[in-house]
Design a protein around this ligand. Structure first.
Ligand code: IYR
Length: 226
């Protein structure tokens, strides 16, 4: 075991739990996350900035390649910016649905019923635009190569989605393709690549979700224990 030196300090905040508490918390977390549904109509009800800040801070605790934390979260609450982002996203989506998407892709989307119209991008109180940084470092302002960028930003995004669910927010992952327009709207530099947009807020009254989304693979189908 290592002792304290210039590079290491003791692990202090690991909290060991009684076995029964571990079981209860593991089950409760699964139950909470299994209530999560992607929603595609959002209410205009506002969500306080502090809640989004805490969820993003939770995402920022994610492990990352060399701890470079190669992510940036541009949280868009401005009605004007949301409208501009919606318009740019819908223009790409129209091309996707009318020209770019192969039949097989459209077939896969059919049960979900998506199309190029994305009104929720204006209705929802928050669009969290997530960027992946090609270069960076442990400290902001460094210009070093980043590692395992997709893995790191993907993990942080997963934590963000779980944090939103835990906080009582509905979310939707949206990935217009390409979405280079986000750099301009969010004022982000060229070495950052838009990763995805996480729409967050309350579901619209009477929101319908596709039955298709209820089908999650069973534990036995997604895991093995050897
Ligand atoms: N980006 C498009 C298409 C789309 C693609 C997948 I894969 C989805 O799971 C859902 C949608 C859109 O948002 O409509």
């Amino acid at each position: 075991m290592k002792t304290s030196d210039e590079t290491h300090v003791p692990l202090e905040n690991f909290q060991e739990l009684p076995i029964e508490t571990m079981r209860e918390r593991a089950v409760a977390f699964h139950q909470e996350l299994s209530r999560r549904r992607s929603v595609r109509s959002f209410s205009a009800r506002p969500v306080g900035r502090a809640i989004i800040e805490s969820c993003v801070a939770a995402a920022g605790t994610a492990p990352s390649g060399a701890n470079h934390q190669p992510w940036f979260f541009a949280c868009i609450g401005s009605a004007d910016l949301k409208r501009q982002i919606r318009e740019a996203a819908e223009a790409e989506e129209r091309l996707f649905y009318q020209q770019r998407a192969p039949e097989e892709w459209l077939d896969a989307l059919a049960p979900i019923g998506t199309d190029a119209q994305k009104p929720y991008m204006e209705t929802a109180p928050w669009l969290i635009c997530i960027f992946a940084q090609r270069r960076g470092g442990v400290t902001v302002g460094e210009d070093r190569k980043n590692y395992y960028i997709n893995e790191s930003v993907g993990i942080a995004t997963g934590i963000l989605i779980a944090a939103c669910q835990q906080a009582g927010l509905a979310t939707l992952v949206h990935t217009p393709n390409p979405m280079g327009f986000l750099n301009q709207f969010c004022g982000r530099p060229d070495h950052e690549r838009p990763f995805l947009i996480l729409v967050a807020g309350y579901p619209a009254d009477g929101e319908m979700v596709p039955k298709h989304a209820l089908k999650k693979k069973r534990l036995e189908e997604i895991s093995c224990f050897l």
